[in-house]
Every structure is written in C-alpha cells, then in structure tokens.
Write a protein that binds this ligand. Structure first.
Ligand code: SF4
Ligand code: MG
Length: 328
C-alpha cells in the first residue's frame, strides 16, 4: 500500500540536490491467493526492488507491505519470520543462485533442514519429491551446478523455493538467461505448479509474451510507479496507457495477421534521479500535451479491475490487434 523504496546515493548527482534514489515510488498492488501477477517494464523501472521489498528483503521507506492481513514492513519480528517462511524468490541467474559445491539434492536438503527444520530421517524422501515435482530425475540430484544445464539449475532453484512450501513466489526474470526452448519448459512448469499447489506468483519480466501466457493480471511499471494495471488479456488487447501500448508494439511476433511490424520503443527512460515533472513518460509519449508536463502528475483513472495513470480516457491509445500466441 503506497510503498516507496529509496536508496542513498553517495555524494549525490552533480547539479542535483536530491541524495536519494527513489527506486519504487508510491506503489499499491494486491496479489490474491492462487493468482499470478506479472510485473513488467524496462530495466530500471523498479520491478526487482519492488519484488524484494514485498518479501521483506529491502526496507520500505514509506507505505506498508502486508501479507495475509498482517503488516510485515516495520511490523513485528514474528510477522517478518512468517513472511520468510511462506514466501520465496527465484532469481535470474540459475548458476549464480546455487552454491557450486553442493549437489542438486544437497542444495534442496539445505533449505529443508535450515528453514523448515525437517527431521533428518525425512529429508531424503522430501528432496526426491521436490526434484520430481520440478521435472528432474534422481540422477540429477547427485550433480553439482557445473554438471547441470541452465534450465536444470533453474529447476533446482525452483525446487529450493518450493522446499519452504511457500504460498507466494516472486520470480525475478527467472527465464531471461535461458534458451527460448528451455524458457517454455520453465513457464509450463510454473503453470503446472500454480495449479497443483495453489501458489500465488509475482512474475517479474521484461518479456511481455511470457507474462501474457502465464499471468492473470499485469502491472506495468515506469520509473518506480505502476502506470497501468489490469487483467492480462484486457491490458494486451486494449491498453490504456501509451507506455503499455508502446511496450506491446515492441514485442517481436511472427503473426501473419498482424497489421503492423513491431515498433521498438524510442529512447531510454530518464534517470530516476532526475524525474521529469508531471507524467514521467511525457518526454517519450506521442500523445503528450501541455497538461501532462505540470505537477501534480495526472490522476489515476479507474474502471472495475483496471487503473491507469494518464490524462487519456478509454479508446484513445490505438487499439492493438495482436492475438494470444498458441500455447504448446
Ligand atoms: Fe502521455 Fe500525457 Fe498520458 Fe503521460 S499523461 S502517458 S504524457 S498522454
Ligand atoms: Mg531487475
């Protein structure tokens, strides 16, 4: 609820008085049980920082994070401990996230012993179950990361996350480092696990096609703010914020019915240290008008299940006709 995360900047930025970087700026987001929410946006938009803040891994400088009705940011030690027990994170770099000295089975056993206090006698059986759950065979359990492929390492990372029996997983660009074919397998795995375990998922990705396949809702971040949020298919077929529309147009897609080729989004986002006044997207927005440039920034518009921060109403951003790609 209205979460901000700020980092001090050593010495500040020449010519600028601010000495903090606000990586997340007044974000409100809800994730329901069993729901998969995609968090998208260019790099530097604050997605990872928000994901870490939601899991108590990053201190929140303003606003509040609550889990299952209990406030965890600035809350009691017990609330934070419970959050740590019931949530887990899957990281981008499948090799870097694993201890090179531990076999896959040992890496999973470590989580069971340290975080779940599973009795020694039960660990081996639980490890086998978890490896099977993520589609690894028993012989993979005896291998160290160097003898496993990137996709296999990511499965070990997911098995470690599942070992805490989480109710919420935050996956941060967890397939970005993998080959496209392996990406599909890991996405399918997440889809199966969600069904089987009734997991909530926050899926951080810059790849919108993956989010479209996996997520019920999508939140689009730009320079620390959520600029649009809504049900995935509605956002993809009828985006309301020009930034969302630009991201969607930038997706390369092989679709003979698509009327227009993919259009890359021009320019880079400005530095979060020097946010433009008004709507932070105005320097790149094809629809920008004078009222977009003044403070306060444009108010949020809402419709049931949807919100977007733009002066434009429904039907103003060019409708998009891209189709949901066939799932395999
Ligand atoms: Fe573009 Fe103005 Fe909407 Fe910002 S508020 S996205 S500048 S039209
Ligand atoms: Mg990131």
């Amino acid at each position: 609820d209205d979460v901000s995360v700020e980092f001090p900047v050593q010495g500040g930025v020449p010519g600028f008085s601010r000495r903090v970087l606000r990586a997340v700026n007044g974000v409100t987001l809800q994730v329901r049980p069993g729901e998969a929410v995609g968090l998208v946006g260019e790099s530097g938009s604050g997605k990872s920082t928000l994901g870490r803040a939601l899991l108590g891994l990053e201190p929140v400088t303003n606003g509040a994070v609550s889990f299952d009705g209990t406030r965890v940011s600035g809350g009691t030690r017990a609330a934070l401990d419970r959050l740590r027990r019931e949530t887990a994170m899957v990281f981008q770099d499948p090799y870097g996230a694993l201890n090179p000295r531990l076999t896959a089975a040992q890496a999973v056993a470590e989580v069971l012993e340290v975080h779940r206090k599973v009795p020694r006698s039960e660990v081996a059986a639980r490890v086998s179950e978890l490896l099977e759950l993520v589609g690894l065979r028993p012989e993979h359990g005896t291998r160290r990361p160097a003898s496993l492929s990137g996709g296999q390492c990511q499965r070990v990372g997911i098995a470690r996350a599942l070992a805490v029996e989480p109710r919420l997983i935050v996956a941060d660009e967890c397939v970005a480092a993998l080959d496209v074919s392996i990406q599909g397998q890991i996405i399918n795995l997440f889809m199966e696990l969600r069904e089987q375990l009734d997991l909530s998922l926050i899926f951080i990705a810059h790849d919108l096609a993956i989010v479209r396949r996996l997520c019920d809702r999508v939140a689009v971040m730009y320079l620390g703010r959520i600029v649009e949020e809504g049900p995935t298919e509605q956002v993809f077929t009828d985006p309301r914020h020009p930034y969302t529309a630009a991201l969607i147009r930038a997706i390369p897609e092989i679709d003979p019915d698509r009327p227009l080729p993919a259009t890359p989004l021009d320019g880079d986002p400005p530095s979060p240290m020097r946010l433009p006044p008004g709507c932070a997207f105005h320097p790149r927005c094809p629809h920008a008008r004078s009222e977009c440039r003044g403070d306060p920034p444009p108010a949020e518009r809402t419709e049931p299940g949807r919100r977007w921060s733009c002066i434009l109403g429904p039907g103003t951003v060019a409708p998009l006709t891209t189709k949901q790609p066939e799932t395999d």
